[in-house]
Design a protein around this ligand. Structure first.
Ligand code: TYD
Length: 138
């Protein structure tokens, strides 16, 4: 099941009294090349983001500031991850439905993505996503 591949990675940490430093290297700390970075910020209380799956995109989601919950669903199983450390990254492989909510005040959600933005890579309809998950499994 693809949900098992969706793990929280501990990224390298250089602790320093002047402030800590974390870095991410493509294909070393994460299993993909990085072609795009985007981030969610100024998220109002109670808002939900996500609500889609990707056909081929790999992503690493990092709580750069604050915290939020990520609900993952591969069509067979579900799990929820709470991210609240800027040295943790949640790897989300293709074909995972994700929803993000419970944003703390001032939360910043940064996403490293394996490809450029492409609307054709999205499932925005849960029923269509489930249909394709089951079709591939047959
Ligand atoms: P979307 O991925 O649906 O955001 P979320 O799932 O967090 O609610 O994207 C919201 C809008 O932003 C949508 O119109 C597509 C656009 N967008 C881009 O133009 N480029 C990007 O890299 C991303 C992630 C979104």
């Amino acid at each position: 099941m693809s949900l098992k591949k969706c793990q929280t990675y501990n990224l390298p940490r250089i602790n320093d009294p002047r402030g800590n430093l974390t870095f991410v290297e493509a294909n070393r700390h994460i299993p993909f090349d990085i072609r795009r970075v985007y981030y969610l910020y100024d998220v109002p209380g109670g808002a939900e983001r996500g609500g889609h799956a990707h056909k081929a995109l790999h992503q690493l989601i990092i709580a750069m500031s604050g915290s939020f919950d990520i609900h993952l669903d591969d069509g067979y199983a579900k799990k929820t991850i709470h991210l609240n450390r800027s040295y943790n990254g949640l790897y989300v492989c293709p074909m995972i439905w994700r929803e993000i909510d419970n944003f703390s005040s001032g939360a910043v959600c940064m996403v490293l993505a394996s490809d450029y933005y492409d609307e054709n890579d999205y499932y925005r309809d849960y029923a269509l996503f489930i249909n394709d998950v089951k079709r591939v499994a047959e």
